[in-house]
Structure formats: C-alpha cells, structure tokens
Design a protein around this ligand. Structure first.
Ligand code: FAD
Length: 293
C-alpha cells in the first residue's frame, strides 16, 4: 500500500520508525523489537538507512520481513550522498523486487571526511537527484525530509524551503520533519511551506525521550530546540529510568494530541526500536485513535 493512500484517510494515523542493527550480532534482537512494534498495528513503519550504506542490506531485510509477516506497509529509507550510481540503482531494483512501494529519499549526512573530499565527480550531491532517479525507476511513493528549524547547512529558512520545493517538484509525495519538541515550530513551518506553494502532506516527527542520555544525543544529532517545559521534566526524572520513560511517553502523547486537535492527522513517531514506547503511546491514545477526523 502506498503511504499517500494511508495519509488521505480521515483519521489520526501514527507511524513508527525503527533503525537497522549496526552489527550482525544484534540483528535478531532488532528483528524481535521491530516485529513487536509491527504487532501494535501502526499505519505504516519506516526503516532508516545506515549512513554511507554500511548496514544498508539490513534496511531492506527488515522492511520485507515486517511487510510480509505483519502486512504493515513499509517505508524503506535510502541515502545517496556517498554512493555510486550503480549501488543506488541496485538498491532500487532490490526494493522493487521485495515489493517495497514507499521510499524515503535522503541525501545522508556529510561526515567531516566527506566534507573535505573532492565532490565534483559525485553522481549525487542532494536528495533531489535521488528523487529524480526514483521517479524514473518505477512507481514509488516517495518521501523526503524537511527541517522546521532549518537544515544546519542552510544559511536561512527561505533558501531551505526553496530547496524543499525542488524536492516536491521532482516527485516527493510527502514530507517528514526532523524531530520537534515544540509544536509551535511545526505550525509556523507549515504556514511558511504552504505559502511557498508546497501542498503535499507533511508529517511532524515526534521523538519520545525515555532516558536522559537520549536527550544529549537527540540535541547533538538534530539540533532541535528543547522547550523549558521539556527540560524541567528531564531535570526532575532523568535519574529515575522508570519515571523518565513514563514522563517521556506522556510528553510525546501530549504533543500528538495537540497536533491532532489543531488539524494535523498524520504523525510520525521516532520509536527507536522500543516496542514498550510504541505500545505506551498507542494505549494513551486508544480512544483518540478510534475517532474520525
Ligand atoms: P537535502 O534535501 O539534499 O538537503 C541538504 C542540504 O542541502 C539542505 O541544507 C538543503 O537546503 C541544501 N540543498 C538541497 N538542494 C540543494 C541544491 N540544489 N543546491 C544547494 N543546496 C541544496 N540519514 C541517514 O543517513 N539515514 C536515514 O535513514 C535518515 N533518515 C532521515 C529521516 C528524516 C525524516 C530526516 C529529517 C532526516 C533523516 N536522515 C537520515 C538525516 C539526513 O540524511 C540529513 O539530515 C542530511 O544532512 C540531509 O538530508 P536531506 O535528504 O534532507 O538532504
């Protein structure tokens, strides 16, 4: 099933993101966790793609396994920045053969090593080039990333949104945001992208923070703004794992309810291979999820 068909339903949909193992030794435990998340019945699930393609084969293996066993529509991520054209074409063909209809087309991060290398001969410099390649390769439903707080490489939001519009013009069917902890940033961003003529569905990305260490990692990776209300919660519960988990799930639930109450129907949850977190959010929203928009 295509994600655009899921997003057009008139009800709240929740999708969950998982990531592949970094080493073969943890493949089985990651599979068990992703299967447990699939068993909760999300609208769809996404599987990230290891930067530089290191663990890339697991992305497809996990996506195919979940789709076949649980009938949950899958979104497989794909990055392009340090890949050859042959590798990207091979991955696209593999996805087609595996019955994957939805692809998240990403550039991938520029590591310091990549930043310092000569990029003139690279086949892909930006995600938009991968989106064009996917468009030519088949009938995929294509997702792309967006940044309510501006991508760190962009000098300003206007420029960033102009590049986002190029991705949509090239064929991106929906957008998912970098994680946000303050919904107002998302609402402001929505106004600006709609004003720029971008009309495709946009899914806010919500990351339930369930332990104090995750906070540092999340800020380092995303640069996302942490509201005072959120910082207070981490200060109070950060040293008590059970309390922090409960509070993190409650905070994410509250964000989702606020988004839905203000007209946002589709929310993507960075569930980080944690079935208990996915189940906690779904339990908190059981009556809300049953309501038509
Ligand atoms: P792009 O859209 O190419 O944008 C990158 C930067 O270049 C932006 O500043 C943009 O404004 C600018 N730009 C774009 N086009 C042009 C142009 N034509 N000329 C000049 N500048 C331009 N990383 C992974 O490795 N694996 C994953 O699975 C993964 N999943 C992600 C999922 C989501 C929802 C998000 C938000 C990010 C994800 N990332 C993932 C991280 C992502 O790879 C990085 O944020 C990366 O730095 C940018 O990727 P992009 O696809 O947004 O790039």
């Amino acid at each position: 099933m295509k994600i655009t068909d899921i997003l057009s339903q008139k009800k709240l949909t929740l999708s969950f993101e998982v990531f592949p193992p970094k080493a073969e030794s943890s493949y089985d435990s990651v599979c068990s966790a992703t299967e447990a998340i699939a068993a909760t019945g999300p609208a769809f699930m996404s599987v990230t793609y290891g930067a530089g393609g290191g663990t890339s084969r697991y992305t497809l293996d996990i996506a195919r396994n979940i789709q076949e066993k649980y009938n949950v529509p899958m979104l497989a991520h794909l990055t392009c920045v340090s890949s050859t054209r042959e590798t990207v074409r091979e991955r696209i063909a593999d996805m087609k053969n595996a019955g994957i209809q939805n692809v998240m087309a990403l550039r991938g991060d520029l590591t310091p090593e990549l930043q310092n290398s000569d990029r003139t001969d690279w086949p892909y410099h930006y995600a938009v080039e991968l989106i064009r390649e996917l468009k030519e390769s088949g009938d995929f439903c294509i997702g792309a990333a967006c940044y309510p707080e501006v991508h760190p490489e962009s000098s300003n939001q206007r420029e960033d949104i102009a590049h986002l519009a190029e991705k949509v013009a090239a064929g991106a069917n929906f957008l998912t945001t970098q994680m946000i902890f303050d919904n107002n940033l998302f609402f402001n961003f929505m106004y600006k992208i709609r004003e720029a003529g971008i009309t495709v569905p946009i899914l806010p990305g919500i990351m339930p923070i369930t332990n104090a260490k995750q906070v540092e990692r999340a800020i380092k990776l995303s640069g996302s703004f942490m509201p005072q209300r959120f910082k207070a919660l981490v200060d109070k519960f950060g040293s008590n794992p059970d309390a922090m988990k409960q509070a993190g799930i409650a905070y994410a639930t509250d964000q989702i309810i606020d988004l839905y109450a203000n007209g946002i129907q589709n929310v993507h949850v960075y569930s980080m291979n944690k079935p208990d977190v996915a189940a906690g959010i779904l339990a908190n929203l059981s009556a809300v999820l049953g309501q038509n928009a």
